[in-house]
Design a protein around this ligand. Sequence first.
Ligand code: NAD
Ligand code: MN
Length: 354
Amino acid sequence: MQRYRIAVIAGDGIGREVIPAGKAVLEAAVAGSAELVWTDLPWGSDYYRETGAMMPADGIETLKGFDAIYLGAVGDPPHIPDHVTLWGLMLPIRKALDMHVNVRPIRLLPGITGPLRDKGPADIDMIFVRENTEGEYAGVGGRIHVGTPYEVALQTAVFSRFNVERVVRYAFELARTRRRHLTSVTKSNAQQYSMVFWDEVVAAVAADYPDVEVQSLLVDAAAALMVRAPERFDVVVASNLFADILTDLGGALMGSLGLAPSANLTADPALPSLFEPIHGSAPDIAGRGVANPLGAIWAGAMMLEHLGEADAAARVMRAIEATTAEGTTLTPDLGGTASTDQVAERVIAHLSAS
Ligand code: NAD
Ligand code: MN
C-alpha cells in the first residue's frame, strides 16, 4: 500500500478546527487503498509566544522530508502583528520550497446560493494561477527617517523573466485542460515597468499556445467583470497581490470564503507542495466549532490528486458536492446551523455511500 508522509501545520484560530476535520475526511477517502502518515507540527502563534519564532530555525529543512504539507491558517490579530505571522511562516515556506504557483479554483458548488442574482454553477467556474514567490510580496523595500515627518517607505515589486515565464506557462498548460481560455490580469496602464513586462512575457508564451484564447484585463476592470459576468473567466493568471485580492472576491462569489481551497505547487519535484484553504484564522469565529471545513477538505482533495490518488480526490469532491447539494448540514456562513465536525461527518457519510 502506498504511504504518504504529510506535514500538518494546523496553525492558529480556525486552522485548528478545519484541519482535523479535513484529516478525518481524507483518512476515510483513502481507507484500504493508501496510508496517510501525519506529522503534526505545532508551529504558529503559540509557538511564537514560547520561542520568539513562528517555526524552528530548521523548519524548512524539516518540511523537505515530507511528501506534502497540509496547512490551516496562521495569524493572531491583534496580539501579534500580521506581518510577523505571515513573514515568519507562510511566505518563507513558499519561497524556500520554490512554490512558484498558487492554484485557486473558484466554483459555485451545487445547492449554494451565491451573492450574484441570476448566476449559477455554470457561470462561476474559474481557476486562478497566482504568482506565488515574488511580485509585490518579494519582501524588498525599506523605511528611512522612521517616525519623522520625513519618513519614506518603499515596497518594491520584483518580476523576473524566469519566474513570470514559468507561472504563465503553467497557466497556459492548465487552460489546455479546460476551456482553452486564459485571462491575464495586470495594471499596465499605471505600472509601466512590471506590468508591461508581464504583458510581453504573456504575449511571448502565447505564441506556443495558439489554441488558447488570451484576454488581458486591468485588475480594476477584472474585479468588476468578475461580479458582472463571471462566466467570462476560465483560467486566470495574475501577480501575487492582484490574485490574492481577486481570489477573496472569488471566495465571496462562491458564497463563503470558507469554501475556497488552494494549492501552493513547488517547481521542484523533489520538494513537497502545500495545500490550504485560502481563508485566514478567522479570530471572529475561532473556538466555537462553527468554521466551515469544506475549503480545507477541498484543499485536501487537491493534495490527494497531487500525490497521485486521483480516484480518492474525485470521491472527496463528489462527497463535498453531495453535501452542499443536499443543503441540510452546512455551517452558519452558508446559512446553516451545523458544526465543523458535523459537516465533516456528513461528507464522510457521502463518501461511504459512493
Ligand atoms: P479571514 O479569512 O480569517 O476571515 C475573513 C472573514 O471570513 C471573517 O469574517 C471570517 O469569520 C470569515 N471566514 C473565513 N474562513 C471561514 C470559514 N472557514 N468558515 C466560516 N467563516 C470563515 O481573514 P482576516 O480576518 O482578514 O484574517 C485573520 C488572520 O488570518 C490575519 O492574521 C491574517 O493575516 C491571517 N490570514 C492567514 C492566511 C494564511 O494562513 N494563509 C490567509 C489569510 C489571512
Ligand atoms: Mn489572502
